[in-house]
Design a protein around this ligand. Structure first.
Ligand SMILES: NC(=O)c1ccc[n+]([C@@H]2O[C@H](COP(=O)([O-])OP(=O)(O)OC[C@H]3O[C@@H](n4cnc5c(N)ncnc54)[C@H](OP(=O)(O)O)[C@@H]3O)[C@@H](O)[C@H]2O)c1
Length: 258
């Protein structure tokens, strides 16, 4: 079988960097995306020589239309790419009441806009070929109300919701979708977990290995630390059970005019 290629955003650090290592070990050729040219070059050289694979880098700011377009074009034009890992992301903005509008926009441009556009390009080309996989890094914050990081948490709820709908779209066309919902993971994003109780922070190696085990098992949603998976399944089933009640011609009786 011809070598397959994985395109990984956020490959210069943290979770994306571990994905690069693990996918290299699985024999994938890699396209590594990030802004940090030097770090990507070091990683590319090291992975290519350790694993005998081809590694290219795209140095691009996914928050800039031109940078994002270069990655989109590569994804669209390279038939060897069969796996997209959308790991680039950032936390920022603080509470909405702090009014950090530019910081919020920058974050949403990466966590939401870039991730969505890349997932859409991959969905289109993979579906046309009848195979491929899209891994989206969401977060356990998708389930957590947090005034300190409201827009970050909401962006991750978006990624979860997007992935659930995307799966309905492309699974019938042979494309696998996985949303990964890590809790705190020891990476530069959270300063390695400094100041957090050790029992709530997972090493990035363990997190990615668990996510890949979930990927291999065909999980649509992987929550690496969740032992009682029935708790998630229960939430998912209850959510689906709401559907027939969410759009009807009449308001619920409790809203009847007095
Ligand atoms: N760490 C956690 O506790 C945790 C928990 C749940 C979910 N997550 C999610 O996991 C993903 C990876 O996070 P991480 O912990 O690995 O963070 P990280 O170590 O800070 O890495 C973030 C990556 O995103 C890239 N990135 C950021 N802004 C970019 C931009 N404008 N253009 C291109 N690339 C950009 C960075 O690359 P450059 O700097 O080279 O551009 C870097 O490679 C994120 O989506 C995050 O939300 C993390």
């Amino acid at each position: 079988m011809a070598a397959q290629t994985a395109l990984i955003t956020g490959a210069s650090s943290g979770i994306g960097e571990i994905y690069a290592d693990r996918l290299a070990k699985r024999g994938y050729d890699l396209v590594l995306v990030g802004r940090n040219a030097e770090k990507l070059q070091q990683l590319a050289t090291s992975l290519a020589s350790s694993h005998g694979i081809k590694v290219e880098r795209i140095v691009a700011d996914l928050g800039e239309p031109a940078g994002l377009a270069r990655v989109e074009r590569r994804l669209e034009a390279d038939p060897a790419i069969t796996l997209l890992v959308n790991s680039a992301g950032l936390i920022g903005g603080g509470p909405l009441s702090a009014g950090n509008l530019d910081e919020l926009s920058s974050m949403l441009n990466i966590n939401v806009v870039a991730l969505t556009r890349l997932a859409a390009v991959a969905a289109k080309v993979f579906a046309a070929r009848g195979n491929g996989a899209i891994v989206n890094l969401a977060s356990a914050m998708a389930f957590i109300d947090t005034p300190a990081a409201a827009a970050y948490a909401a962006s991750k709820a978006y990624v979860l919701n997007l992935s659930l709908s995307l799966d309905l779209d492309v699974k019938p066309q042979g494309v696998q979708v996985q949303a990964v919902l890590p809790g705190y993971t020891r990476t530069p994003m959270i300063s390695g977990g400094a100041g957090l109780p050790a029992e709530i922070v997972m090493d990035a190696d363990a997190m990615v290995d668990a996510a890949l085990a979930g990927f291999d098992a065909g999980e649509l949603v992987t929550i690496p630390s969740l032992e009682a998976v029935a708790a998630y399944d229960d939430w998912a089933e209850r959510r689906v059970a709401l559907r027939p009640h969410l759009s009807l011609s009449k308001p619920a009786s409790r809203y009847a005019a007095a």
